[in-house]
Design a protein. Structure first.
Length: 148
């Protein structure tokens, strides 16, 4: 990838690659892509949806990989549970100071974007996910915080 990590001074540590720079990186890694769409990014990452290899995917691009590694760990660990976590296909370095996480795209929306009536209707489904998270068997794990 020719672009270097560019960090916005307004958004601390958030990368500011162009849509085309990220799309080109995905073409280099995944071949032909289609349905490219910018998504609302997080505090630290840019996000884009796309289609490649017959799958709907999401790429998040950010200045560090630790959070992306945590997502990949959770996807592996929770694969056989009732917790809906998207499959992580790759976590990779795109360039100096720029990392990406490519995962399966899951349907849904943000709870806080729903009006009160919809929040009340979907509250049981949200509670079911919370219950599924609480039921996850954590035997064989230890500690907390950063992954190593």
């Amino acid at each position: 990838m020719a672009a270097r990590a560019r960090v916005s001074s307004v958004e601390a540590m958030r990368t500011t690659l162009t849509d085309e720079e990220v799309a080109q990186a995905m073409r280099e890694r995944h071949g032909t892509i289609s349905h490219w769409e910018p998504l609302t990014g997080g505090e630290m990452s840019q996000a884009f949806a796309f289609r490649a290899g017959g799958r709907d995917l999401v790429v998040r691009v950010g200045p560090g990989r630790e959070g992306f590694d945590r997502d990949a760990w959770a996807a592996r660990r929770l694969r056989e549970t009732a917790v809906p976590v998207p499959e992580v296909l790759e976590v990779a370095r795109l360039d100096e100071g720029v990392y990406c996480c490519v995962s399966e795209r899951m349907g849904g929306g943000r709870f806080e974007d729903c009006d009160e009536a919809r929040q009340r209707r979907i509250a049981p489904a949200v509670a079911a996910v919370v219950d599924a998270v609480a039921a996850v068997d954590l035997s064989g794990t230890e500690g907390f915080g950063s992954l190593d």
